[in-house]
Design a protein around this ligand. Structure first.
Ligand code: GRF
Length: 189
């Protein structure tokens, strides 16, 4: 079976859903100390923290070096087939995309191409969107771009806050993302 790595920065609820699907996760890479690290360790998954603060301030050169370290661990620990970003908060350098031997996936909390980048949930609220959702896509050097594999809509409710809307979106990501990752892993066989 192809090897899967998951890249995280946050609470790790999507990672948890991936693990419980169940999918075999070979390696988790975090770009900071975050609750997702504990989620991985509790599941007995190997974790590497490539702390982004060691690369501050980000420049072309430090982003390149950060991305090189992530790449090194993916290839070293045999997770070179599929890597899934699950709330990963650092933009990878174009070098990563030309060098990574596998497929990099992402889940984004909006209906792309709407609301790319950080704060996508708040952007949907600010735009008074009546629906939002999530997009699972192949990641490319262009941020929150790349071939869309799946999308699912959720309604935006009148009293939504960023937190309530994001939780509604995450509840669909937790179902959809593991299923799409599994499909990609099977096609990579
Ligand atoms: C998800 O909504 C993902 O799309 C976004 O960050 C969130 C990750 O949530 N980029 P969690 O840390 O897995 O709870």
């Amino acid at each position: 079976m192809p090897k899967l790595a998951v890249l995280v920065s946050g609470t790790g609820s999507i990672l948890e859903a991936i693990l419980q699907y169940p999918l075999d996760v070979e390696l988790v890479i975090a770009d900071r100390d975050c609750p997702a690290v504990a989620v991985a360790l509790n599941a007995g998954v190997r974790v590497k923290v490539v702390n982004r603060s060691r690369y501050y301030p980000f420049s072309k050169e430090t982003r390149h070096n950060f991305s090189g370290e992530v790449l090194h661990f993916l290839h070293k620990h045999g997770s070179g087939d599929v890597a899934a970003m699950a709330g990963f908060g650092t933009i990878l350098d174009p070098m990563f995309f030309s060098s990574y031997k596998g497929i990099l996936l992402n889940t984004h909390p909006s209906l792309l191409p709407a609301f790319k980048g950080h704060n996508a949930v708040q952007k949907a609220l600010d735009a008074r969107a009546t629906e939002s959702g999530c997009t699972i896509h192949v990641a490319t050097p262009a941020l929150d771009d790349g071939p869309v594999l799946a999308q699912e809509k959720v309604p935006v409710l009148p009293n939504d806050t960023e937190e309530t809307l994001h939780e509604r979106i995450k509840s669909v990501e937790r179902v959809l993302y593991p299923r799409i990752i599994k499909e990609v892993l099977q096609k990579t066989l």
